[in-house]
Design a protein around this ligand. Structure first.
Ligand code: HEM
Length: 134
């Protein structure tokens, strides 16, 4: 298994590739019906995954925790379910998948917020007054 930053950034790049091809397909066909799904694939898939991956690369003590693996799988499930879920919702075939994807996306962001507060940002930990590290 690859390291956490590599996993996040590799998935981000794959999402961007699909998202951009999708954008070109929309432009070529002049059919923009699914543009919200394209936008979410790029933003949830590429932008947020890239930020998560960069954070974990900067903060190895957070990347080494089991929570980081859980975060990766929840964030991945959010991308994989949300983009098709929006397509299905836009084409009036139900909203369940988009709803599940949205809940996973918000759970992923909540885990990210918790991780930042718990482990901080960057490779160094602030020394406590007794001289011990966190
Ligand atoms: C090859 C690259 C890309 C192409 C050809 C492309 C193309 C498009 C097209 C044709 C639209 C629809 C515009 C309209 O409805 O008038 C669109 C919408 C959008 N794109 Fe892209 N795009 C690309 C990359 C990206 C990236 C990298 C992001 C974000 C990081 C992004 C985010 C969005 C968003 C947020 C929308 C608006 C969605 C909405 O209206 O609901 N796109 N794009």
């Amino acid at each position: 298994m690859k390291e956490i930053p590599t996993r996040f950034l590799a998935l981000a790049a794959v999402a961007a590739l699909f998202g951009m091809i999708w954008g070109i397909q929309m432009s070529a066909s002049h059919d923009y019906t699914l543009s919200p799904a394209h936008g979410h694939l790029n933003l949830i898939g590429f932008v947020t995954m890239s930020i998560f991956g960069t954070y974990y690369a900067l903060t190895p003590r957070a990347a080494d925790r089991p929570l980081a693996k859980l975060h990766f799988w929840i964030a991945t499930a959010a991308v994989v379910l949300l983009a098709p879920g929006i397509v299905i919702a836009i084409t009036d075939r139900g909203e369940l998948l988009a709803q599940i994807g949205s809940l996973l996306a918000i759970l992923s962001m909540a885990l990210f917020a918790f991780t930042i507060v718990r482990y901080g940002v960057g490779p160094f930990v602030a020394a406590k007054t007794d001289g011990q590290e966190n």
